[in-house]
Design a protein around this ligand. Structure first.
Ligand code: A2P
Length: 275
């Protein structure tokens, strides 16, 4: 079976395709529309967007125009990181659904524990309020799973302590050299699925000598090593590209990195994104 159509099962029984197509930094309009259309044409069945990406309309249109039955595509979107109230979250969800033009979402996430322009700010109370709104949306049947993004263990503890539903997923920056051991172990213990955004470290990892050597050994590309690594770690990589040949390349990961090489890749500790 092709990895692209294999699934994980989240804690509530909902299945999620192992590879998602990311759309962060993919400009709204023709580029987002064509990228998502190419991904769906080439077999992707999991599309990840967010209100903050400002491309939900184009992403939704590509999904609707694809002709693929809605229930065959797993769609994720995210609540703006600055919205930390119950009513605000409910309103934002309605806006997201209107922009996407679809009837329900598969996964809805709090985009970050703090507003992007105030990274690190303590929004514990606001996160609980926003998450309670997501629980209502979930209980109303408008979304099949709920979760968070960019949450560390303390942020997750706060939600678990004050809310009813343990998040089904936590989407974090995750790639070779930056495998978030502490959050990953916490999530595995609580049965929270980890989704890996920027699995190529926004492209930087492709120049890494170790990864290039390993790609030669397995007769694949560096991008395929990066994506396969995430899958073998039990996470959902969300690679993105606006080029069809790369969209296809990133989905062709039906090979196995052996145990010794996985241990070697695990030992790399470097975040080349250099924020
Ligand atoms: P492009 O859209 O021009 O293809 P990440 O998913 O880690 O955020 O990385 C995305 C970046 O990596 C984008 O700049 C994308 O550029 C580039 N990229 C995606 N897939 C590949 C690939 N297979 N080979 C080379 N570059 C890629």
């Amino acid at each position: 079976m092709k990895t692209l159509i294999q699934t994980y099962t989240m804690s509530n029984g909902v299945k999620i395709p192992k590879i998602g197509f990311g759309t962060w930094q993919v400009p709204s309009g023709d580029i987002a529309y064509q990228s998502v259309a190419m991904a769906l044409k080439n077999g992707y069945r999991h599309i990840d967007t967010a209100a903050a990406y400002q491309n939900e309309e184009s992403v939704g249109k590509a999904i609707r125009d694809s002709g693929i039955p809605r229930e065959e595509i797993f769609v994720t979107s995210k609540l703006h990181s600055h919205i930390k109230t119950y009513e605000g979250a409910l309103e934002a969800f309605e806006k997201t659904m209107k922009a996407l033009g679809i009837d329900y979402l598969d996964l809805y996430l709090i985009h970050a524990p703090w507003p992007w322009n105030e990274i690190g700010k303590d929004c514990s109370q606001g996160n609980v309020l926003a998450y309670k709104a997501m629980e209502k949306i979930y209980k109303d049947g408008k979304v099949r799973a709920i979760g968070v993004s960019n949450f560390n263990t303390k942020d997750l503890d706060n939600i678990i302590k004050h809310c009813d539903i343990i998040p089904h997923a936590n989407q974090i920056g995750y790639f070779i050299g930056h495998n978030e051991k502490e959050v990953d172990e916490y999530c595995k213990a609580k049965n929270i699925l980890v989704e890996a955004y920027s699995p190529l470290a926004i492209g930087h990892l492709l120049k890494n000598n170790d990864i290039q050597d390993m790609a030669k050994k397995y007769e694949v590309t560096p991008a395929q090593i990066c994506i396969r690594y995430c899958i073998q770690k039990g996470t959902v990589p969300l690679p993105k590209s606006t080029h069809e040949s790369r969209i296809i390349e990133n989905s062709a990961v039906d090979f196995e990195i052996d145990k010794k090489d996985m241990i070697y890749l695990d030992s790399i500790n470097d975040d080349p994104r250099k924020w």
